[in-house]
Design a protein around this ligand. Sequence first.
Ligand code: FES
Ligand code: FES
Length: 160
Amino acid sequence: MNAKVDVNLVVNGVSHSRSVEPRMLLSDFLRHELGLTGTHVGCEHGVCGACTVLLDGRSARSCLTLAVQADGLQIETIEGQGSREQLGRIQTAFRDHHGLQCGFCTPGFVMTIADMLQHHPLENDEQIREALSGNICRCTGYQHIVNAVRELAKERGPLP
Ligand code: FES
Ligand code: FES
């Protein structure tokens, strides 16, 4: 059995220290150690994007990342994007444009979009679809998600 390793992860601005097995996935750490079950797990091998979180501001698959690899990093999850009472702006755009159906994929899309709005040109639908191409929606509601991102990109203005 592997010896446990101490990690400290800052998740949505809150510091968490734990001793974990070196093989523990970040997705399992978030869901089982911290109870942050908004990060969903679909394919578990990096294809569907449901488990996307931000690591130091860039989107990453938490099912392909070990918790020990995230030691000392700033992690953002869907729980940091807003609340039931006060939706964040990406969530608001999804609501306004009917960008979710069953919602299983939605946390991953929201986190991918949080990265895209900071780092990607989103000047037309082709660029938006390309930026979203790493996330799969089994309900195939892509057009509404594209509509939501188009509005967010318009509000964003030019990239820094
Ligand atoms: Fe991580 Fe599908 S669960 S990419
Ligand atoms: Fe159902 Fe995307 S809304 S998988």
